[in-house]
Write a protein that binds this ligand. Structure first.
Ligand SMILES: C[S@@+](CC[C@H](N)C(=O)[O-])C[C@H]1O[C@@H](n2cnc3c(N)ncnc32)[C@H](O)[C@@H]1O
Length: 312
């Protein structure tokens, strides 16, 4: 890890999402995943599964669900509001497909067809804000499975969930994963008081986030989801922890996870810059020391999150 990265003024969000893939691979709750696999098999039809993923980023969940054998015969629509992310998904998915021995055809606008043996998946990548998309579909969605990974903690769930569920066919399924649940742990401790204060204030910035004039965020999205699901008339069929645990082994951090950590530390620093309750110098020293711990391979990062699988 070059020292220069510590001082980078800008970080690449697509690279962060790419680095996050292996962290999510380890974190995703296997019990929840197996429940989904069982239900989808039991509900199996002869028709291709219609999957919609919102806030899909660079498409790593598409790759994963093909890899893990969940999606075999399907149409898969992946939406993200950022053109940069969808452009990266369009670049990497054909490459990923070829590396995994799929026959890859790039079809009409934004569509990529991947075929291998029995598997035949048509992926449509679309730049769209999910709220605009829902307004276009006007509650008459017909998807079998709705996916949101590391996304729901960015929206106001009580107001958004009924509209999101309206995208599904009757008794359609949802797979909502990596929902933040109020634990940000950096080890080793630097100054327990300051570490605690930074964690608390950082979570507070999530709770106060306003997007499009609406409160949009909850640092305890995971635990609150049970109640929100009940209020929206959805049934949770499986739930479990999906904590991120990032540490360096004998060969350093896995994959590009040092970048993932630098990005997070930078994000915490940005979110709290200028905070009236924090000494600016203490914060910048904290950020600097955390970056240095990553370079030394001693920073451990744990975030508490929950996964859900359920039925409308
Ligand atoms: C934390 S990232 C997760 C991306 C991806 N699901 C993953 O786990 O790699 C959240 C994503 O949601 C997208 N996003 C945020 N608000 C959105 C909205 N209103 N409509 C669609 N996408 C949105 C962002 O552009 C970003 O890619």
């Amino acid at each position: 890890m070059g020292r220069s990265m510590t001082y980078e003024a800008t970080y690449s969000f697509p690279r962060y999402l790419s680095a996050k893939k292996t962290v999510d691979d380890r974190a995703l709750n296997r019990n929840v995943f197996q429940s989904m696999a069982r239900e989808l098999t039991a509900a199996g039809t002869s028709k291709p599964l219609r999957v919609l993923e919102i806030g899909a980023g660079i498409g790593t969940m598409v790759e994963r669900l093909l890899d893990w054998g969940l999606v075999t015969r399907a149409t898969y629509t992946a939406l993200d509001s950022e053109p940069e992310n969808i452009a990266e998904a369009a670049r990497r998915l054909p490459e990923w497909g070829k590396d995994h021995e799929y026959t890859v055809e790039t079809a009409a606008a934004g569509s990529i067809r991947l075929r291998r043996g029995e598997a035949d998946v048509l992926v449509t990548l679309q730049v769209a804000d999910v709220f605009d998309f829902m307004a276009t579909v006007k509650g008459s969605g017909d998807w079998d499975l709705l996916i949101a990974n590391a996304f729901l903690d960015l929206v106001d769930i009580p107001s958004a969930l009924p509209d999101l569920l309206a995208l599904l066919r009757p008794a359609g399924f949802f797979y909502f994963t990596i929902n933040f649940d109020g634990g940000t742990i950096f080890q080793p401790e630097l100054d327990p008081l300051l570490d605690g204060q930074i964690e608390e204030l950082y979570h507070d910035t999530m709770d106060r986030r306003i997007i499009r004039g609406k409160p949009s965020g909850d640092s305890r999205t995971g635990r609150h989801f049970f109640q929100h699901a009940r209020s929206a008339g959805a049934h949770i069929l499986a739930a479990g922890a999906s904590d991120w645990v990032v540490f360096a082994g004998p060969d350093g951090y896995h994959g590009d996870e040092a970048y993932f950590l630098h990005f997070l530390v930078h994000t915490v620093g940005l979110a709290l810059a200028g905070h009236p309750d924090l000494d600016a110098r203490a914060l910048s020293d904290w950020v600097e020391q955390r970056h240095r711990q990553i370079e030394q391979g001693i920073l451990v990062y744990i975030a508490h999150q929950l996964d859900f699988f359920g039925r409308k």
